[in-house]
Design a protein around this ligand. Structure first.
Ligand code: APR
Length: 246
């Protein structure tokens, strides 16, 4: 795969690379993206129907079961070469800030040390009233969602739903990284959901080089903006091999 030598050189000399990933990075691990049609029994729902406080109030069991289905999907998925390349970046670049909108935990499983999880992680569960993480609860097949062992309220996935605020510390760290990096890679995200969608522009305004890696990139670009139409699982390993052939 031919990669622009200008981009490769920026990567080779970067002191701080910030990466924003979206569902596209996990697509090659078999996890459907948000813009993919939902499948099976979930085909008649859109994520907006299920991933919101209103949906949880209206039908907590349905929302809990959708996340249980997604947790199952993730449990059977493995990190793909794109995740592994991003983890390997840490061995070559003095500072990497990995910011993800994904809640599947695949970056951690690929070896990335401390991803910023802007939208949370479905591997964690919290009390819907106290907001604190709950590690263990009494399993009950006929009362879903399970209840908080402390206060009895429903448990919920530790993810940011539509209409909810992002974790302030995560957002602040992402903002700082976008404004201090030399190179910002936006990978596998449609860039439709704020505030994550503003990060690449923030980086560009702060003087960084920005590369958008996606499957539906249409805008023509010129340095310091690069757009690459390629699957992340192919492009990211190729980018690393081009920068560090040894
Ligand atoms: N390689 C690179 N990009 C890919 C690949 C791939 N193999 N497969 C799909 N894509 C691209 C698609 O073209 C699309 O632009 O990934 C993008 C996925 O976009 P979305 O499905 O909108 O996912 P994302 O951008 O992560 O959504 C952001 O929206 O639904 C909310 O909270 C949810 O975190 C999510 C947020």
């Amino acid at each position: 795969m031919e990669i622009d030598t200008g981009l490769v050189e920026v990567l080779q000399h970067a002191r701080h690379v910030a990466v924003l990933t979206g569902a596209g990075v996990s697509a090659e691990s078999g996890i459907p993206t948000f813009r993919d049609a939902q499948t099976g029994m979930w085909a008649r729902f859109s994520p907006e129907d299920l991933a919101s406080p209103e949906a949880f109030r209206r039908n907590p069991q349905l929302v809990w079961e959708w996340y249980a289905w997604r947790r199952e999907l993730v449990a059977h998925a493995v990190p793909n070469p794109g995740h592994l390349a991003l983890a390997e970046l840490e061995r070559h670049v003095p500072r990497i800030t990995l910011i993800t909108q994904n809640v599947d935990g695949l970056h951690q499983r690929a070896g990335s040390s401390a991803p910023i999880e802007l939208h949370g992680n479905i591997g964690r569960v919290t009390c819907s009233v106290e907001g604190t993480v709950v590690d263990r609860w009494a399993a009950s097949a006929d009362d879903l969602p399970p209840r908080c062992p402390r206060c009895g309220a429903y448990l919920r996935p530790d993810v940011v739903w539509f209409g909810e605020l992002l974790p302030a510390a995560a957002l602040a760290a992402a903002w700082e990284a976008a404004q201090s990096c030399d190179l910002f890679l936006s990978v596998g995200t449609s860039g439709l959901v704020e505030p994550a969608a503003s990060l690449p522009r923030l980086a560009l305004q702060a003087g960084a080089t920005v590369a958008v890696i996606n499957l539906d990139v249409t805008t023509a670009a010129r340095p310091p903006l690069y757009t690459i139409n390629a699957p992340s699982g192919v492009l990211l390993p190729a980018l690393l091999r081009a920068a560090w052939p040894g």
